[in-house]
Design a protein around this ligand. Sequence first.
Ligand SMILES: [Zn+2]
Length: 458
Amino acid sequence: MLRRTIALGFVTLLAMGPAARLAAPQAGPVLFEGALVVAGDLSAPIVNSAFLVEDGTIRRVGRRGEVQAPAGAGRVDLAGKVVMPALINAHGHPGFQRGLTFSRDNYTRDTYLDDLYRAAYFGVRVVLSQGIDAGDLAFEIRRDRQRAGASAARLLTAGRGIGAPNAGPGAAAFQGIAYEVTTPETGRAAVRELAARNVDVVKIWVDDRGGRAVRLAPPVYRAIIDESHRRGLKVNAHVFYHDDAVDLVEAGIDGLAHLVRDREMDGPLVASIVRRGVYVMPNLSGSERGTHAGLPPWFEEPGLGALLRDTVSAPVVARMRAAFTSREPAAAAAARERYAVLQRSLRRLSAAGARIILGSDTGLEDHVFGHAEQRELEAMVDAGMTPAQVVAAATSRTAEYLGLRDMGAIVPGRRADFLVLGANPLDDIRHTRRIEAVYFDGRRLDRSAIRARVHPGE
Ligand SMILES: [Zn+2]
């Protein structure tokens, strides 16, 4: 097993190409010693570890004293700390919120990068933007960030997603961006355009938006899935209704961007998700916000609150607070009932061994990059997953879904993208917020510079 992992590492290195090698790694090899390593792949944690990083890549991992370092290697003492892989989020929407405003006018390089820097500040290494990237901006940022290495989260994009007319993305700011298709042939044509732009996945919406629109029809999404698979692209579906999820799984969908929201996922659906290896993003944290009429415990948690205040302005924090304190108890109670259904579906999926990954719909209004990913982890544990399962879901499993074979775990051959924590997330998942340092490509991020960039004061 170890031998195979190392071999895979060398193959990955050879396959990475010139763009990845231009990332500026720490000069010379560095040995990180003494941390408890949570590798992110459900293997047993390594107590009093040592791992060697060179050229931005993890070369060796083992117990302290057992890992050889070349003469002259740097050393970093991490005694008493915990190391886990940086997070990977398969469902975000960067670039739309600026201060209190949420609109298409905000969709600029600056706003977009701010969101990717926010994500990095909270320990998120990769964000997949799911389907509302018009024009060239996201593609340019994806190319530039890849080249520069740099300290913002790496971007992957679905470009423009595909839906039926008026049945695409929900927010007003997103209108007019998605492809609107009604026939198999126009669906295939959209996929061909997306493939020509080298999107990372294809996003579709299958929803009637509360009855206001006609759903993307099964023959149309089957054509989209077929055309995407012919071109080596995965398809990722926004779903709402259980019946749609059943048919999408049957049709070969690769990922579900949400749990179904009209009822609990039943045994046959869960079984077919497991059998077909469909990846599921629970996307709980947005819905969880609605369950509170009063301040949620996480909002009052000092550590998480401080991270939030570091990255968004005081008026945004105040508006988030007001959304809780002004909510009618009856509305919160109804939301809690709906939320409990989502939690039960996730518990069933997890118990059945489904491939669960991190997807938090980050970037919707006041659903702050990095902050929402951190809350999503806690929500997954609250629904019944173990902290170890959630760490693996949010790192190695999401990397697997996105085809990031050199990311997502603390094992030889992977990129040295990791968090240094002050406490063990396997004891309490909220410890993923106790961030003392973030490393991308073996380089320690300057988090104070990120804070200054995304939050230059009131
Ligand atoms: Zn979304």
